[in-house]
Design a binder for this molecule. Sequence first.
Ligand SMILES: N[C@@H](CCC(=O)N[C@@H](CS)C(=O)NCC(=O)O)C(=O)O
Length: 216
Amino acid sequence: MTITITAFERSPDGGRGLARDTRVRWALEEVGQPYNVRLLSFKALKDPAHLARHPFGQIPTYEEGDLVLFETGAIVLHIAERHPGLMPKDANARARAITWIFAALNTVEPPILELANARLLESDKPWSDARLPLVEDRVRDRLAHLSVRLGDADWLDGAFSAGDLLMISVLQRLKGSGILEEYPKLSGYVGRGKTRPAYRRAFAAQLAVFTAASSG
Ligand SMILES: N[C@@H](CCC(=O)N[C@@H](CS)C(=O)NCC(=O)O)C(=O)O
């Protein structure tokens, strides 16, 4: 069955791979599933046709026959459950991989998004200089614990899983902040994820959209 995902027609991140369609592309590449992409303008995100796919008018979405999904966690979990490659076979190990999916999206991503918002949207506010270090320390607190848990392992729990895919995607949002580099084990972890051939293909595919849009 044909899989179609949605992505930005022109990504605001300049093709750096931070828009969340990259996570879904990466998961599909890991399990060897081809997919089509429906590119959307910012205006089209809030059109009724897209709101029928995604109640909040965002990307990415995932269509496969009658099934329409939104939320990258749900989409990546669905892909991992339907195709071999991103979930361990053992039931307890699967449960732990799902735990890492939730940890990435519920525990690690929120302070990282908060930091991005503080830097991008609030830097002109009179209280910004006082608040920024507090937000940065909340990120550091999560990274310090994650780094201890990862230790010297390649991945969070045995073989690479959907949990690693999402954790690495979330950590990548720290690109350029300098904070990830304070945790060499975690920057090594992200580096390992980025060298996976599936990640490289996903990154190249999203960059090709940005490059085409810029030259058009
Ligand atoms: N929790 C959602 C977040 C989706 C999200 O924030 N998407 C961004 C792009 S990465 C978006 O569509 N932003 C445009 C908007 O919110 O209008 C997920 O993980 O899929």
